[in-house]
Design a protein around this ligand. Sequence first.
Ligand SMILES: [Zn+2]
Length: 419
Amino acid sequence: MTRVLALAAGRKPAFWTRIAFAALVVFLGTIFANGALAVSAEAPVDRLVAYSARIAGDDARTRIVLDFDRPPTIETRYIANPDRIIVDLPATAFAFAEDDLKAMGLFSDIRYGSMDATSARLVLTAARPARLAIAKVMPNEADGGYRLVLDAELVPEQDFAALVSRQAWSEPQQASAGTSPVAAATTEEFVIAIDAGHGGIDAGATGVATKTPEKDITLAFSKALYEKLKGQTGIRAVMTRDADKFLSLSERVLIARQKGADLLISLHADTLRQADIRGATVYTISDKASDHMAAQLAERENFSDTIGGVELPKETEPEVGDILLDLTRRETQAFSIAMAEAVVGSFEGQISLINNPHRHAGFRVLQAPDVPSILLELGFLSNKEDEKLLLDPAWRGRVADLLVEAIKRYREPLMANGG
Ligand SMILES: [Zn+2]
């Protein structure tokens, strides 16, 4: 049925429909108030070392202290929904024990890690609205290092809201990467955006046996797939990230669109509570999740933005009633489904798949209205057998080959209809 749909549609969204996205690009731009699309120099940076950390306090006042080898420059910000305090730092190696900086007191969640090659971030999610009464760096007489002291205190909700809005008012909206036009499809090349899930501060899931972070596995697989696709004529692969760095979900979509992607494949290997479930799953986007597991997974994937300290737009549903956009979305959706089915078809009998391997839910990384997109859970890091496979380069190579096959299978009817 969907194959027929794909054949009937048989083409990419027309150029004139692309024009309708100019407005959308502006909308996406607002999502990036936080971050330039960092095309970071991957040259090694002399990172600061945060060698120890401690946290103390209660529900009214909580103090965090981080010790550095050199004085860090800091920048703090407040973000709502959920209420968070963001502390931006230069590139930092966080060398203290995880247990030394566990959420407590005013904070329900604390994350820290790299954003790209030159910056790092501390994201403090507030259990109740809080502000930093003190945020300063001072020398440690005892050991010659420097300590960053963050004193957070409880404030009324409206005070927190005022902090957020004052900031929005005083910070000029950065001319974000989102304002540059989407690359026109000038070549006949079929462009595939490979998206390695998670990265940087957002490590994703953790392997049950080896504790390998999901972000490393998705990156390794992305590189393998990239290499396989390089050898294919008429196909060009691009990667949303090729290093350990954080990208917001919208940035991933934007990168794919800017590189003129005809297809986006987001790669993951999450965990489930049920350790016996294993195999691959292919997801496409939908407002309503196909099942409970899909809904939970989408919720966890979308949490990436919260972990990374990304401000979400107030409205999640842009341009309601735009018929052009609706049409394109529907057309794109049909292509996404066709791709998902091609993947299932090529995996079947070759590698293990879960029951009903094509599922759908509201994954934010699949929201491009004009780029067919799928999210592929390669397997589950909560299952020991799956974990072993995910860590095996030979297995990854084989799965990458099957994916290349699926891409070709998907592309065939498009080619038959004149590309
Ligand atoms: Zn994931």
